[in-house]
Every structure is written in C-alpha cells, then in structure tokens.
Design a protein around this ligand. Structure first.
Ligand code: IMP
Ligand code: MG
Length: 338
C-alpha cells in the first residue's frame, strides 16, 4: 500500500510542484491528490512548457495518472475550470463532493480585511474567509454546483480502494511546515495545517497507510508576506546571489535567507520524513545545472548533500538541478534501497 505524501519543509515555494511532477513521470502513480487551496501556486515546467497550477495536481504531466481534489481542499470554480483546460485534463480529473468552494464574496471579504492583507500579508484569495464559513458550516461544497457534476467522485473511496489494490497514490501538500495554522509562526500563517498529518487528514486516509513522507526543502529559504525569517538577507544580497523570486499567485517579491539547519530539524520533527528533497540546488552550486546523475555533480555539491543528510539524519534522495520536471538526481535506489 504505497502512499507517498509530499510536504513543504519551510514557508512554501520549496518546489513541491516540480518534485510531484517528477514523481508523476517516474513513479507513475495511479492517483495524485491535491490538498490545500488556490492560494498556493505550484509551478511545473516540462518539455519546454510551463504551468502555474493552483488546484490541479502537479502529476498531471503523466497522462495515465488520475487526478483528484481532496475533500478537505477548497477552490474557486473559475480557477479550476481554467486549469482543466490549460492542462487538458478533462476526463481524468475528479473532485470530491465535499471539496469546499470559494465564492467571490470570500475574496472580497478578505481583500477588505486590513489586518489580513497588511499585517499578515495574505494572498487575498478568499481561502481563510471560506475556511471560516466551513467551520460555521455554511460553506457550499462541490456537490452544490451543477457545473461540477461531471467531475464529482468519492475521492476517499477511490484513494483507499487503490491503496488496497496495491496501487501508488501521491498526495501533494501545499505551502510549508512553518505556515501551518497550528505549528507555524502564528499568526503569520495560512488557514490550515500544512504538515504531513494535516495533509492526509484532508484526503481521508489513515496515518497507518502512509509509506513515505518526502519533505521538500529549497537550497535556500524564502518567505512571502509577514512573519519572522531567520537570517533574512537584504534585496541587494539576493540579487548578488541570484535568489530573486516572485510569488506565483501574487507576484510579490519573496524574502530570502540561507538554508537553515535548525528550521529543517524542526520541520523533520513535525513531519518525520522518510526522505528529503532539495530543490534549486543549482542556485547554490551552478555547476550542477541540468545534471541528472550523482556522479556528474561537482565534488563540493556532493559534499554538501552528504553533510546535510548526515546533520539531519534523514537521507536526501531527490536533488533538483533545473526547472524541468526531469532535471533531478534521484538517489532513492542507492540510498534507501531498491
Ligand atoms: P493566506 O493563506 O493567503 O491568507 O496567506 C497567509 C500567509 O501565508 C501569507 O504570509 C502568505 O504569503 C502565505 N502563503 C499562503 N499561501 C502561500 C503559498 O502557497 N506559498 C507561500 N506563502 C503562502
Ligand atoms: Mg508556490
């Protein structure tokens, strides 16, 4: 019953979309489930094309994988339908009847909330406001909208039956550990628990069925919106290091700091990963760019991977070396066993 959960290790934007799309192409899961909501933008670049996904699972690049939206996820219908067209996935994308639906009034409500927009730095996508309605039990869910009728299935049953058959299911988390409503830098957090346990709860699978938790770290730490960022560097320094990034959903500049072992250790405590992925490794070591084999990495880059794996006591098995989904050094067979 192989169930793989992909979790963000820092403050979101670690490159989960890239890792999940790689797993889609390489491990060929039967099902890939997206959790979270449309405040999270996952970027997938494959075969010369690029997509910014806010709700469609990043495994969509594998045409044989069935794509599902978790009952605990929330989305806006226009965003969903647009992405179905952009990814050409009609016919293999399914929505749980209980997935929450964000309406225009949720977006307006958030954008007029100064505390949320200015102090917290919300993305203003209506997600928190919709979560409030969900808790008050007045939020409409997918089954209430006729335009979603052709997409609805029982995701919980589909996922659990697939696992019982021995199939592979990949669950795609959103944001990062330290944006968790419970375990993050409250109140500078998002409106859900973004750790491994919260992610599988959104899907409706038992913790006993999880076989792998892949915790994704970027080779440096970024954060959008307010809240502490240990070791934060100045914008000039970010330009000098080539670490300038902008938010996928909001276009806001991302703040950045060097890789942080202490934060990583806490993320590991909260998620207990079986493996670690490091993305944007070419930002630290330009010589690794586009490389796909361990032996082709420069010696100092290999040393960094070995030292960090050793310090964190969890093997780094996936190393992202470029934008393309397949720009990855995959050590899973070598390090974790066949
Ligand atoms: P909200 O969840 O949109 O209200 O935003 C709350 C905080 O979480 C803000 O600091 C956002 O910048 C941050 N946040 C929400 N979603 C993401 C994401 O997908 N990546 C990075 N930061 C996010
Ligand atoms: Mg993102």
């Amino acid at each position: 019953m192989p169930l793989t959960v992909v979790v963000g290790g820092f403050f979101g934007d670690e490159g989960k979309g890239k890792v999940v799309s790689y797993l889609g192409l390489t491990d060929k899961p039967s099902i890939c489930v997206r959790t979270g909501s449309i405040n999270a933008g996952h970027t997938v670049s494959y075969g010369g094309k690029s997509w910014k996904l806010r709700i469609i699972p990043s495994c969509f690049v594998n045409e044989n994988t069935r794509l599902m939206i978790a009952p605990g996820a929330l989305f806006k219908i226009d965003v969903f339908l647009r992405e179905v067209e952009e990814t050409n996935t009609r016919g293999r994308v399914w929505v749980d009847a209980n997935s929450g639906i964000i309406e225009d009034r949720h977006v307006e409500n958030e954008r007029s909330n100064e505390y949320l927009m200015k102090t917290i730095g919300s993305t203003g996508q209506g997600v928190g406001a919709a979560m409030v309605d969900r808790v008050l039990r007045v939020l409409k869910t997918a089954k209430d909208f006729p335009e979603l009728r052709g997409f609805i299935t029982d995701v919980v049953r589909e996922v659990n039956e697939e696992l019982d058959r021995g199939g592979l299911v990949v669950v795609e988390g959103t944001q990062g550990t330290f944006l968790s409503l419970y375990h993050g830098t409250y109140p500078f957090v998002t409106s859900r628990d973004t750790t491994a346990s919260g992610i599988i709860s959104e899907v409706g699978v038992s913790p006993r069925l999880v076989s792998d938790v892949i915790l994704v770290f970027k080779s440096y730490v970024t954060r959008v919106g307010a809240g502490e960022l240990p070791g934060e560097l100045s914008q000039d320094e970010l330009v000098a290091r080539g670490w300038v990034e902008r938010g996928t959903v909001t276009g806001r500049p991302r703040r950045a700091a060097p890789f942080n072992l202490e934060l990583a250790r806490r993320a590991i405590m909260l998620n207990r990963p079986t493996q670690l992925a490091i993305t944007k490794f070419d930002a630290l070591f330009p010589g690794v760019r586009g490389k796909r084999r361990w032996v082709d990495l420069p010696v100092e880059a290999r040393k960094w991977v070995e030292e960090v794996s050793e310090a964190l006591k969890v093997p780094i098995t996936l190393i992202g070396t470029g934008e393309d989904s397949m720009d990855m050094v995959d050590l899973r067979r070598e390090v974790v066993g066949p």
